[in-house]
Design a protein around this ligand. Structure first.
Ligand SMILES: C[S@@+](CC[C@H](N)C(=O)[O-])C[C@H]1O[C@@H](n2cnc3c(N)ncnc32)[C@H](O)[C@@H]1O
Length: 255
């Protein structure tokens, strides 16, 4: 049976990939890679990081089949879910075509862990549901940026006996207003924590480009750390050519 492997490759450094993932990488005929270059700037640095991981873990030449990423309608956030679903279907059609044209086992290299803010599993399920290619698929976990953030700051993400909310920059204001007081924030291109009504009520542990040579960390009371984070963020982006950051926000106990 043809196999599709959805492989978590960690958040950017060749050492942060599991032995299981490294082995799976050697077992596929080719990697199917969406070409996002038209989508957003700064992908070159990310591509280089992924190539470095491949060079490190694959003994010889490896094959990459690039699939042009369908256009995504970002202008209508009111129907965000529908826009995402249509985009998943278009991506599934593109993957299906590539799989019909290129026989053999397929590997998807997923940044971090495939279970967190990544659509590969959903899109592969759609390819299967379309019924034109048959295969079995598995998921190999990776180190998530969230885990690396915790490790770098030597943190336990949940406070004793409390919950952890994992959310996006877009959802942060609503989640904080709803009383969630221990949140990991991902996908936040504009540091939405700046907009929280009471910065002095929070502590932040922040990390950018974790695992890469330009990795940067900062932590402290939110009101005090914001300036440093804003400046460091700009520096990392200028040096690396890309920026991805994640942070833990924890509400301080009322005094
Ligand atoms: C599309 S999500 C993918 C998350 C990924 N599946 C994971 O497990 O880390 C991208 C977001 O993950 C976070 N992220 C990914 N890699 C990162 C890194 N090396 N350093 C800091 N944050 C990172 C950022 O919040 C970024 O906006």
């Amino acid at each position: 049976m043809r196999r599709v492997r959805i492989i978590g490759i960690g958040p950017g450094h060749p050492d942060q990939i599991t032995a299981e993932a490294a082995r799976a990488m050697t077992e596929v005929a080719y990697f199917l890679v969406p070409d996002k270059s038209a989508d957003h700037a700064g992908t070159d640095g990310l591509l280089r990081a992924r190539e470095e991981i491949c060079r490190h873990h694959l003994p010889g030449a490896y094959r990459v089949v690039t699939v042009r990423d369908p256009e995504r309608d970002r202008d209508d956030p009111s129907d965000y879910r529908r826009a995402v679903e249509e985009w998943h279907e278009a991506r599934a059609a593109a993957y299906e075509q590539a799989m019909l044209e290129n026989p053999g086992d397929v590997g998807f290299l997923v940044w971090g862990d495939p279970s967190l803010y990544d659509s590969t599993i959903r899109v592969v399920e759609r390819v299967l549901a379309r019924g034109n290619v048959s295969f079995d698929y598995d998921v190999i976990p990776g180190v998530s940026s969230l885990q690396l953030l915790a490790a770098r700051h030597r943190l336990v993400l949940n406070d004793i006996g409390t919950s952890l909310t994992v959310t996006t920059g877009r959802r942060l204001p609503a989640e904080a207003a709803a009383g969630n007081d221990n949140l990991v924030v991902m996908l936040d291109g504009s540091l939405r924590c700046r907009t929280l009504p009471d910065p002095s009520a929070w502590h932040i542990w922040w990390g950018a480009n974790l695992g890469s040579p330009e990795e940067a960390l900062a932590s402290g009371p939110l009101a005090e750390a914001l300036n440093e984070i804003t400046n460091t963020r700009a520096q990392v982006k200028a040096t690396a050519g890309w920026i991805m950051d994640t942070y833990l926000l924890r509400r301080l106990p009322a005094t």
